[in-house]
Design a protein around this ligand. Structure first.
Ligand SMILES: [Zn+2]
Length: 150
């Protein structure tokens, strides 16, 4: 699977968020069998007047509708930033087995972003779901985009 190709699509999605006045975070869900993109999402909190409309949640909702399924056991989710506690919970509850993210929450904080620090490893470790998490995919591009678009 071309991991960087899919992360680049997530970065493009993040670009769209800002045009609509939202935070620059994008997500893509890829079907692991066909290697095709199942859904794309970007942050829509402002557009939708919805604090839960994070890019990952938007992409999960679309993919579940498309699959007509509550669960997504055969997909990979790509997101430009490490999923927050709400999103990692949704990812686990969706039974998504693979997660790729660009920049970590800690790295954003280290670069001056005023974010709530979180630690997903405890949540993931205590979960009954199995997930493989790969951070730092195109990290520099994701960081530069965040610094450029805020
Ligand atoms: Zn989130």
């Amino acid at each position: 699977m071309d991991i960087e190709k899919f992360m680049k699509v997530a970065i493009e999605e993040a670009e769209m968020s800002v045009a609509e006045g939202n935070k620059p975070i994008g997500a893509v869900i890829v079907d692991l069998e066909t290697k095709e993109i199942l859904s794309k999402g970007h942050n829509m909190q402002v557009t939708e007047h919805d604090p839960t409309a994070h890019g990952e949640i938007v992409a999960i909702r679309k993919a579940c509708k498309q699959k007509e399924s509550t669960y997504l056991p055969n997909v990979a989710l790509f997101t430009t930033t490490e999923p927050c506690t709400m999103c990692i919970s949704a990812i686990l509850k969706s039974k998504i087995p693979q997660l790729y993210f660009g920049i970590s929450n800690k790295k954003l904080i280290d670069n001056g972003f005023r974010l709530i620090p979180f630690n997903n490893s405890k949540l993931v470790g205590n979960s009954s779901y199995t997930i493989n998490i790969h951070g730092g995919v195109l990290e520099q591009e994701c960081l530069e985009q965040r610094l450029r678009l805020k």
